[in-house]
Design a protein around this ligand. Structure first.
Ligand code: AMP
Length: 465
C-alpha cells in the first residue's frame, strides 16, 4: 500500500517523503483511513510500529482541511501522554509532518519546569496542545486553556497512563471537553481496564490492532549471557570492545546502578551518559541528544526509558539488570530493531533472575539463545555489584561451590558464568522451552519515576542483516 491512497493532504505526503518513509506501516494503513473518516479509534500497537504517525498524519490532514478560527485560535487538538519526554517527542513528530503546512501553534504542557511559559502559550492560543495530565489539569483549573472548540482528543500510551494512576486526572480533563469530538486512544495492550476506558471516553470506536505484545519485533536478535552479578560491569565493558556495538542502550534497575555503570564505562574510555528520574529535565534532554547525535555511544537508563523511546539506529539493547516482568522486557528490547532496522537484545541473567527468565521464555513460547563471551575474564579487582560478596563466597564460587541461599551449585570453573549449567536444574537456569518450566514472577522492584520519549530521527544507520 502507498501513502497516496490513505487520503492524506499533499503537503503532509511531501513531509512523509522528506522523512524517507516509502510505505505506511500496518498500524498506519489500518488507522489513518478510519481517523480521516471521523471515527473514534482504539489503536493497539507497540511502540516502534509507527503509531505516532498513525494518529498525527490524519489529524494534521483534518486540521488543515478547515481554516482556524481567525479571532482566537482556540485549541482544536489535545494530545495527552504520560510523560514529559513523550510530549516533547510527539511535538517533534507533529512539527516534522507539518513542516509544509502554514505554521501551527503548538503548546507543550508538562510538569518539572516553570509554569509561566506554558500558561502564556495556552493563553496566546494553541491549535494543538500536547500535555501530561497533571500539569494540564493545573493550568485548566487556572483558566488558561480554551477547549471549547476542541475537535480531536488523543490519549497516547493509555496503558502507561493507567499504570501511573492518571485515570482520575484524565476523567476530570475529559469532563471539561466538548462531548461532540473525535477521540483516539492508543495503547500497547488491550486489558480489561483499557476496554473500560474506551467505553467511558470513546463513542462506537473502530478497533485497529497490530501485532501481539508477546512477540518482540522479528528484527531483534535476542541472546542471554549467564553471569554473576558482580561480574556484570566487566562483562559489559568486555562486550563493548566489539565496535559493532555503536549505539547501545543499557537498562539498569536502579538510578544508582545507572550512574555506577555509566561511571565505570567512562573509566574504560567508553563515552556514556546516564538517564533517570534523578536527573534534571535539561540533563535528561542533553543525555538523549548526545546519544542521538553519537556524542555518547552508550546510554544507561532505568525503565524510565523503556517506554516510547524513539531513537532510530540503536544497535543493541542490553538488559544489564534483567526485567522482572515480561512487558518491561518487550518494551525495552523494542527500542532496537525499529522500523525494519535490525538490532540485538542482550540480557544478563544472574541466579536471582532465573524465575523471571523462565516466565519470559514461557510467555514468548521459545528459548532465548545462551551465549558465552569469548575471552572474557572477570575483573580481578573485585565485585562491581552493589551487594558485596564476601571473600569466602568468592572463593567458593571460583571452585564451583556456590551455596548462597543454600540453593544452587554451579558448574566447576564458572567464572563469568556465561556458559555453565548447574547440576540442579530446578534451582538453576531455566530449561529449554520444550521442557516443563515453572513460572515464578518476583515482586515488582521499587518503581522508578516512569518517563518516555520519542521522535522521528534519521538514525545513524539502518542496520540490515
Ligand atoms: P513510533 O511507533 O511512533 O514510536 O515510531 C517508530 C519509528 O518509526 C519512528 O522513528 C518513526 O519516525 C518511524 N516511522 C513511522 N512511520 C514510518 C514509516 N511509514 N516508514 C518508516 N519509518 C516510520
Amino acid at each position: 500500500m502507498s501513502f497516496q491512497v490513505l487520503g492524506l493532504d499533499d503537503r503532509i505526503l511531501k513531509a512523509i517523503r522528506d522523512a524517507g518513509y516509502t510505505e505506511p506501516t500496518p498500524i498506519q494503513s489500518a488507522a489513518v483511513p478510519q481517523i480521516i473518516a471521523g471515527h473514534d479509534v482504539i489503536g493497539i500497537a507497540q511502540t516502534g510500529t509507527g503509531k505516532t504517525a498513525a494518529f498525527t498524519l490524519p489529524v494534521l490532514t483534518k486540521l488543515c482541511a478547515k481554516a482556524p478560527d481567525a479571532s482566537r485560535r482556540r485549541t482544536r487538538v489535545l494530545i495527552v501522554a504520560p510523560t514529559r519526554e513523550l510530549v516533547v517527542q510527539i511535538e517533534e513528530n507533529v512539527c516534522a509532518y507539518a513542516k509544509h503546512l502554514p505554521a501551527l501553534r503548538i503548546a507543550k504542557v508538562f510538569g518539572g519546569v516553570g509554569e509561566r511559559p506554558q500558561m502564556d502559550a495556552l493563553r496566546a492560543g494553541a491549535d494543538i496542545v500536547i500535555a501530561t495530565p497533571g500539569r494540564l489539569l493545573d493550568l485548566m483549573g487556572r483558566g488558561c486553556a480554551d477547549f471549547s472548540a476542541l475537535e480531536v482528543l488523543i490519549l497516547d500510551e493509555a496503558d502507561r497512563m493507567l499504570d501511573m494512576g492518571f485515570v482520575p486526572d484524565i476523567r476530570r480533563i475529559v469532563k471539561a471537553l466538548p462531548k461532540q469530538r473525535q477521540t483516539l486512544l492508543f495503547s500497547a495492550t488491550l486489558s480489561n481496564e483499557i476496554e473500560g476506558l474506551t467505553r467511558e471516553f470513546l463513542h462506537t470506536p473502530k478497533k485497529v490492532e497490530i501485532g501481539r505484545r508477546s512477540n518482540p519485533a522479528e528484527t531483534v536478535t535476542q541472546m542471554i549471557y549467564e553471569v554473576r552479578k558482580e561480574d556484570k560491569v566487566s562483562l559489559l565493558a568486555h562486550l563493548l570492545r566489539d565496535s559493532s556495538m555503536d549505539m547501545v542502550l543499557v537498562f539498569t534497575r536502579t538510578k544508582h546502578g545507572a550512574d555506577k555503570v555509566a561511571k565505570r564505562l567512562a573509566r574504560d574510555g567508553v563515552t556514556s551518559a546516564a538517564l533517570h528520574a534523578n536527573r534534571s529535565q535539561n540533563q535528561r534532554l542533553k543525555a538523549l541528544a548526545d546519544f542521538k547525535s553519537g556524542k555518547v555511544r552508550v546510554l544507561v537508563a532505568t525503565d524510565i526509558a523503556s517506554r516510547g523511546i524513539d531513537v532510530d539506529g540503536i544497535s543493541h539493547v542490553v538488559n544489564f539488570d534483567f526485567p522482572p516482568h515480561v512487558e518491561d522486557y518487550v518494551h525495552r528490547i523494542g527500542r532496537t530493531g525499529r522500523a525494519n532496522a535490525v538490532g540485538d537484545a542482550i540480557s544478563f541473567v544472574s541466579r536471582d533472575d532465573y524465575g523471571a527468565l523462565r516466565s519470559l521464555e514461557k510467555f514468548i513460547g521459545r528459548g532465548i539463545v545462551r551465549k558465552s563471551a569469548d575471552g572474557f575474564v572477570p575483573d580481578p579487582a573485585g565485585p562491581d555489584d552493589e551487594r558485596p560478596v564476601r571473600p569466602q563466597q568468592r572463593q567458593q564460587r571460583g571452585q564451583g561451590q556456590q551455596t548462597s541461599g543454600g540453593q544452587q551449585q554451579r558448574g566447576q570453573g564458572s567464572r563469568g558464568g556465561q556458559s555453565q549449567r548447574p547440576t540442579n536444574r530446578s534451582a538453576g537456569p531455566p530449561p529449554r522451552p520444550q521442557q516443563s518450566a515453572s513460572s515464578v514472577t518476583p515482586a515488582r522492584p521499587q518503581e522508578e519515576e516512569p518517563q518516555g520519549w520519542r521522535r522521528p530521527t534519521q538514525g545513524r544507520r539502518q542496520r540490515r542483516r
